[in-house]
Design a protein around this ligand. Sequence first.
Ligand code: HEM
Length: 190
Amino acid sequence: MSELLRNQEAMKEAQAEVRRVYGSKGYVDESKLHELKYLGAVIKETLRLHPPVPLLVPRENSENCVINGYQIPSKTKIMINAWAIGRDPKNWNEPERFEPKRFLSTSADYSFKGLNFNYIPFGAGRRMCPGITFATPVLELLLSNLLYHFDWKLSEGMKLENLDMNESFGAVVKRKTDLNVVPFCYSPYY
Ligand code: HEM
């Protein structure tokens, strides 16, 4: 929601899509989530810039190995910086920019399966997140409902350019300060 508020074009496009796909149905359910291509890209772009588990979960290698010429002895604690990987200019054009369309105009595999090491918000390999198939429809349902039923504005006196995007680090990363927004009801019927 923070990124969509800061990027009004993306907000308009995601909102138009969900309102077109669900039309006069009056509510969003699971039946057409697969048609929300742009909304899916919004979620991917959000997880690229703001992975909730930015350093994944610490791991330990059981055997000696060599990676990029570096000898890694067994039992080394391995931290993977998924946050930095998602913003690496070697892999991403204008990495700091919130641009969901980058996921629509590519043939690269940006599913969450951890097959593309440039994009690993759910980790990769045998110990990657087993909750993906639960997490993704929940995110899609939540966001599409918020966008279908309401238009959103920042609360009185707040300016988009001053929106605090700092994050706080804990078990998972989240906004440091609350996002205060005002919902305006939208109805497909009037
Ligand atoms: C947007 C939502 C979520 C994100 C971004 C996320 C991300 C992650 C990441 C990065 C890891 C570490 C993977 C690695 O080290 O390679 C992980 C592990 C794990 N996640 Fe998630 N997760 C999410 C939702 C969920 C949900 C909904 C569940 C359960 C219903 C779940 C259950 C787990 C479990 C059990 C592990 C530990 C797996 C293991 O070590 O074998 N996650 N998750």
